[in-house]
Design a protein around this ligand. Structure first.
Ligand code: AMP
Ligand code: MG
Length: 480
């Protein structure tokens, strides 16, 4: 009998066309051990927090070994453009436990990642390393702490089954919580492999789940595309404003509800260089920092392409209507970006604040300064700013005086400039100790700092710094 922790599973996805998923028995793991459990998130979801004596049961539940009564795991089918090339895909190493309804009636996917092979695994083994799952846990919680929409991490269970990568790793299952795992690539899959009738049903389902207002619009498909576009423009602007580089913005990794999803080779930029790329496989720099808005727009173009038959029966008309929405991305993004970046300077977004932001970024690039540190110093200790910024600083201060009080500006800056973001140097150190030496001290410290990143905790400031020779030469690996 499985542990009952307040899960209220009601999986509507299972009622959709059977070509959209595949039921899958869970993999048996030799020695599941609960390593992390997100008490706060559990509480928000209406779930129990683990009682020490229950850890074994939590481990069995969150590795799929003991499922709540009547629950069947399923892998979702999808497709996607990976580095520009269309592929048929699906959950190759993830299984949906189900859709959980919270006491307040919100619906969330609860998914196991690293849970074993599925019919969509292709050449992959279906497993995940503990190292990578700890990394996803830490960074997704950091994103949530920064107030950026993201999938969340509920638990990490070590499986006891080793996973072969560049070396032998401990294997783990991450329990991920998302508004849903419906992706741009989910629509591409339906368009490519199912009928137009199925596409209509699927859109109706997704609209009802995520964008119910669109159902009332004259052309729901256009309204839906517009709302997804708005959320993505806002999301990418938030990424840019904290220096986040996703690293693998394939269309299968772009979420329809607008959450940051699939933490593979992602990382935060240190020195401000818009060409920064961390992913070991992104040789062309397709997913470089500066390209993220354009790629999001390109991905939305793929979504639009998949929706065309639902936009208008005449293709030319459908394309014209879709283009109108897609072109609006530029303005939506520019507006969102100015809002985010001006707020970092304590300012309301205006044409003048935009100039000040752009000028500052120009200096950061020229002087090769650390992106987050400069905003931190501006907020807390301008005297620590590097030389070279004085003329800009004078101009900025004059502008500040003309628009607001110093106190109000500083308050705003404190609310928008994190003290603690995942620094590659510290993240790496914490993950190595945790995954390879079973020492979770640094990991726990960083996690608690990243969950409240705007709180300036003096005794931990060391973790907001970067090594003496800052660089963006960090390399991250996909799918590990
Ligand atoms: P990603 O871009 O990392 O989200 O993954 C792209 C595709 O590869 C998805 O369909 C994943 O399910 C699949 N995949 C990634 N890693 C593995 C693995 N270890 N085993 C099986 N499939 C995988
Ligand atoms: Mg993916």
């Amino acid at each position: 009998m499985a542990l009952s922790i307040g899960l209220n599973i009601d999986t509507e996805y299972k009622k959709l066309n059977e070509k959209l998923f595949s039921l899958q028995a869970p993999e048996l793991f030799p020695e599941p051990e609960l390593l992390l459990y997100n008490d706060r998130l559990a509480k928000d979801l209406g779930l129990d927090v683990p009682i020490e004596s229950n850890r074994k049961d939590f481990a069995l539940l969150f590795s799929g070994q003991q499922l709540p009564e009547g629950v069947e795991l399923l892998a979702q089918a999808y497709a996607g453009h990976q580095f520009g090339h269309f592929n048929r895909l699906g959950d190759g190493r993830a299984l949906l436990l189900g859709e959980h309804l919270t006491p307040s009636g919100l619906r969330f996917d609860i998914q196991f990642k690293g849970s074993g092979p599925t019919v969509y695994s292709r050449r992959g083994d279906g497993f995940a390393t503990l190292y990578a799952m700890l990394r996803e846990y830490l960074i997704s919680e950091a994103m949530a702490g920064l107030g950026i929409p993201s999938t969340r991490s509920l638990a990490v269970v070590a499986t006891g089954l080793p996973v072969q990568r560049e070396r032998l790793h401990a294997g783990a299952v991450l329990t991920r919580v998302a508004q849903s795992h419906i992706r741009v690539g989910s629509f591409q899959y339906v368009r490519q492999y199912l009928s137009d009738e199925d596409l209509k049903h699927y859109l109706d389902y997704v609209i009802q789940r995520h964008y119910p207002e669109s159902a009332l619009a004259p052309v729901p498909a256009v309204d839906f595309l517009r709302r997804v576009t708005e959320r993505q423009a806002a999301l990418i602007a938030q990424w840019m404003s904290v220096g986040f580089i996703h690293g693998v913005m394939n269309t299968d990794n772009m979420s329809i509800p607008g959450e940051t999803i699939d933490y593979g080779p992602c990382a935060f930029m240190d020195v401000y260089d818009p060409n920064t790329v961390f992913s070991s496989i992104d040789h062309q720099g397709r997913y470089a920092y500066r390209n993220q808005p354009a790629i999001a727009q390109w991905n939305l173009g793929c979504l639009a392409g998949a929706l065309l038959p639902l936009i208008h029966p005449t293709e030319d008309v459908a394309i014209a209507l879709a283009k109108e929405v897609l072109y609006s991305f530029d303005t939506l993004y520019a507006t969102a970006w100015n809002r985010c970046m001006s707020a970092k300077l304590g300012l309301e977004p205006t044409d003048a604040s935009l100039d000040i932001v752009n000028e500052l970024l120009h200096h950061l690039e020229q002087l090769q300064l650390d992106f987050s540190s400069v905003f931190f110093y501006l907020t807390y200790s301008p005297e620590q700013l590097s030389t070279g910024l004085e003329p800009w600083l004078k101009k900025y201060r004059d502008y500040c005086k003309s628009v607001d009080t110093a106190e109000s500006i500083q308050r705003k800056m404190q609310a928008h400039n994190p003290v603690f973001i995942p620094r590659n140097y510290w993240v790496e150190k914490a993950l190595k100790s945790a995954a390879f030496e079973n020492d979770y001290r640094l990991f726990s410290t960083l996690l608690s700092l990243y969950q409240q990143p705007f709180k300036k905790r003096e005794e931990y400031l060391e973790y907001s710094t970067i090594p003496d020779t800052p660089s963006n030469a960090y390399v991250t690996y996909c799918g590990t």
